[in-house]
Design a protein around this ligand. Structure first.
Ligand SMILES: Nc1ncnc2c1ncn2[C@@H]1O[C@H](COP(=O)(O)OP(=O)(O)O)[C@@H](O)[C@H]1O
Ligand SMILES: [Mg+2]
Length: 427
């Protein structure tokens, strides 16, 4: 089969690495890709927001199956357009992608189906929103309804910050994404990411992961797209996994099907594991980044047949096998990220780094310039490793990082600290 993967980050590099190893794959293309993905796939300079251009490429290159990485094209209906053109595509339709595209939509779905989530109200103007915050008091969580690239959630320290956030959102600070606002109860617990592959009716759990969102060590400083992740997440015990499937994922699939928007693709539940059990923070309708990098390292089975079964509605009798090993990934970012940073600095030592046992280096934002790898984004590399434990995977990842020569880059040195602490105290 000829496969086209859409996207250009570390998530797509990990997916390309896995798809390239499938026995079903003849040619693998990636649009637009990056310098690391180019080692696994033929990169094509396509504008993936131009659905007609994607369709034309698929027809010209007899593409049999398309895999969509990022949420933007999914929420914009790329699956609907490709399928209408006769192209088999992995991922949710536009109406199913509302689970990520509108936080208010998801909250209402939870309320209507008794899915555990934070108490909330939806607002379309500033004054009632502020009055609600005043009544509820702190702590509270203020969220823009639409896609905001990780910038749409504010947990204010006090009323002035809450009012400023509400005014920013309704004032157009986040564009259309802030035209509606959800205000919700602050949940206490440990966060986990949970992934399930869905075919509209059946869901099969993939694996759990935990990520580190803050830029600084000890989980401090501004939020980022993610500075590292590891899998499995120790809080996701078999009991928590079963409860998450039964109380959150399965009722969501049932509700989506009942409203004529069956969900196909990967459902990524952001969870808070509270004293009462798992509660849904939000849904994403695609693979997590950087969680996918660790998931792909742990996956033993060929992944492509599973993605095809998701699209075809055939997951019922499907089974995926996983290595018992843990995996961990450390993000190397350009100095300054998540604020301003430079592009174009050279990165050396990647080959020596990749020789550390169990290590796989995925590129998140790189460009090859005259035979050298250069930084071409905020998050640039995902240095990933397998190990018998999270501690071993962590040691290997940092051994590899110590072989990389990139003075303009940085990383956190404590990725996986909670799991390592648990492992150390367990003996
Ligand atoms: N109700 C809540 N209680 C406590 N923390 C929350 C709550 N909602 C969101 N958060 C925190 O804010 C982060 C971002 O919120 P999320 O809904 O996942 O939005 P997005 O990923 O789209 O920015 C979460 O990972 C979590 O740390
Ligand atoms: Mg989130």
């Amino acid at each position: 089969m000829n496969i086209l993967l859409l996207g250009s980050g570390g998530r797509e590099h990990a997916l390309a690495w896995k798809l390239a190893s499938s026995t079903l794959t003849d040619r693998l293309f990636c649009a637009p890709g990056n310098a690391g993905i180019a080692q696994e796939a033929e990169c094509v300079a396509l504008d993936i927001t131009d659905h007609a251009a994607v369709i034309a490429f698929c027809k010209a290159n007899t593409i049999d199956f398309v895999v969509v990485g990022p949420e933007g094209p999914l929420v914009a209906g790329v699956v609907d357009d490709l399928e209408a053109a006769g192209l088999k595509t992995f991922g949710p339709t536009k109406s199913a992608a509302r689970l990520e595209g509108s936080k208010g939509f998801t909250k209402d779905l939870c309320r209507a189906n008794a899915i555990p989530t934070a108490a909330y109200e939806r607002f379309t103007s500033a004054e009632p929103a502020k009055a609600y915050v005043r009544r509820q008091g702190m702590p509270i969580v203020i969220k823009a309804d639409g896609l905001a690239a990780g910038k749409g959630v504010v947990i204010p320290e006090g009323m002035p910050e809450a009012e400023a956030a509400i005014d920013m959102m309704f004032g157009g600070g986040l564009g259309q994404a802030g035209a509606e606002v959800v205000i919700e109860e602050f949940l206490v617990g440990e966060e986990a990411s949970f992934f399930a592959l869905c075919d509209g009716e059946t869901a099969i759990p993939l694996a759990s992961a935990q990520d580190h969102k803050r830029v600084g060590e000890g989980d401090t400083g501004p939020n980022t797209g993610g500075m590292g992740a590891y899998s499995p997440a120790p809080v996701m015990t078999p009991e928590m996994t079963a409860r998450t499937m039964n109380e959150i994922v399965v009722p969501t699939l049932r509700a989506m099907k009942a409203m004529g928007a069956p969900f196909k693709g990967v459902l990524f539940a952001g969870l808070m594991i509270t004293k009462e059990g798992p509660k849904l923070i939000e849904y994403n309708v695609r693979f997590g980044d950087p969680e996918t990098q660790v998931l792909m390292l742990r996956l033993m089975s060929d992944f492509l047949p599973a993605l095809i079964a998701s699209r075809d509605g055939q997951l019922k009798s499907f089974d995926l096998r996983w290595y018992p090993d843990a995996a961990l990934t450390v993000v190397m970012a350009a100095k300054g990220y998540p604020g301003d940073y430079e592009r174009g600095s050279a990165i050396e030592g990647l080959e020596e780094a990749a020789q550390v046992q169990g290590v796989e280096i995925f590129h998140a934002g790189t460009k090859a310039v005259g035979g050298r790898i250069t930084a071409n984004g905020g998050r640039v590399l995902n240095v990933s490793a397998q190990g018998k434990s999270v501690s071993e995977a962590q040691t290997r990842a940092y051994q590899a990082i110590d072989r990389i020569r990139w003075p303009k880059g940085f990383c956190r040195r404590d990725i996986g600290w909670q799991a390592v602490k648990r492992e150390t105290s367990a003996g």
